[in-house]
Design a protein around this ligand. Structure first.
Ligand code: ZN
Ligand code: ZN
Length: 268
C-alpha cells in the first residue's frame, strides 16, 4: 500500500500532517485549533476518529496546540518524547505515551516511525521517518537549524521527503526582524533556509526519491516561488520526481509512495 502524506497546512501559525498506511492513520503534529484540525481532516477525507495516534515533534505551540484535546476527544494515542512531555506538562501515565529518540514507534504492522533528534531552540525536537515495513520510507523534517549527519543517513533512501524551507536568506537579512531574532533563525537551533533545504536534498538525492514537499515557509521572509526555485537549482536535473509547497492553509494534495504525482484535494 505504501505511505500517504497529506499536509493539513504548514507554517508558524500551525502544522499538522496525516501519515497513512491506508489502514492506520497517524497525525504528525497538531498545531491548529481543534475546530480547524477537524475541518481540515474532513476536507482531506478523514474522519477525526480514524486518527489512531497523534505524534508531537516538539512542544512549540504551532506543533502541539490542540494535541491533548484532540487525543482525548478522538480516543487517539498521544506520543511524544520526554523533553516534549515535560515542557507540555503532560502526564506520562494518563495523557501520553513516551518514545525515546531513535526508538521506533510501531503503530500497526504496516506503519512505524523513527524519531531522529534535530537541533531546534530550547526544544527536544525530532524529525520523523515513517516506514511501511516493506521498504517504503517517507520523512517529515521541520524546525531545525541544521541537519546532523545522523538525519542525513536516515533521509537517504526515503521515497518522499517533506522538509522545511523556512526562509530566503536575502529576504531575512534585509527584512524587518531585529538582529537578535535574525541570528536565532539562522543559528544552529533555528530554521532551515531554502538554500540549506536544497543542500540537504542534494546530499540525499537518489533515483527513487519520488516527491518533495517544502513546508514551514515563513510568510515574511520567504515566498513559494523563491523556495521552489532555490531548491530546484540545488538539486538540478537529477531529480525527476515532483515538488510541491505546503502552505499555511491546506490541505491541497496528498502524496503516496509509489506515485510521483500528487492527488489533488478539492476544496468544497
Ligand atoms: Zn514550527
Ligand atoms: Zn519550533
Amino acid at each position: 500500500m505504501g505511505i500517504g502524506i497529506t499536509h493539513l497546512g504548514s507554517g508558524s501559525r500551525g502544522n499538522a500532517t496525516i501519515v497513512s498506511s491506508g489502514n492506520c492513520n497517524v497525525l504528525v503534529d497538531c498545531g491548529f485549533s481543534l475546530k480547524q484540525t477537524e475541518k481540515r481532516l474532513s476536507i482531506a477525507g478523514f474522519e477525526a476518529e480514524s486518527i489512531d495516534s497523534i505524534v508531537i515533534t516538539h512542544h512549540h505551540k504551532d506543533h502541539s496546540g490542540s494535541a491533548l484535546r484532540a487525543a482525548k476527544k478522538w480516543g487517539s494515542n498521544l506520543y511524544c518524547n520526554m523533553g516534549t512531555a515535560k515542557k507540555m506538562g503532560w502526564d506520562l501515565e494518563e495523557e501520553c505515551k513516551m518514545f525515546g529518540n531513535l526508538e521506533r514507534v510501531q503503530f500497526s504492522s504496516e506503519l512505524s516511525m523513527l524519531p531522529v533528534p534535530v537541533p531546534h531552540d530550547d526544544a527536544d525536537n525530532v524529525a520523523l521517518i515513517a516506514s511501511d515495513g516493506s521498504g517504503d520510507r517517507a520523512a517529515i523534517v521541520t524546525d531545525l537549524g541544521e541537519a546532523p549527519q545522523d538525519l542525513i543517513k536516515h533521509l537517504s533512501g526515503c521515497k518522499h521527503i517533506s522538509i522545511e524551507a523556512n526562509y530566503d536568506h536575502q529576504r531575512l537579512v534585509s527584512g524587518p526582524y531585529p538582529d537578535s531574532l535574525k541570528r536565532r533563525i539562522t543559528g544552529r537551533g533555528g530554521h532551515l533556509s531554502n538554500r540549506q533545504a536544497g543542500d540537504i536534498l542534494l546530499e540525499v538525492l537518489h533515483e527513487d526519491l519520488e516527491s518533495i514537499v517544502l513546508c514551514h515557509l515563513s510568510e515574511k521572509n520567504n515566498a513559494p516561488h523563491l523556495a521552489e526555485s532555490e531548491v530546484l537549482m540545488a538539486i538540478g536535473d537529477e531529480f525527476t520526481g515532483n515538488i510541491s509547497i505546503s502552505k499555511q492553509l491546506g490541505p491541497e494534495f496528498s502524496y503516496w509512495t509509489g506515485q510521483s504525482e500528487p492527488t489533488n484535494i478539492a476544496v468544497a
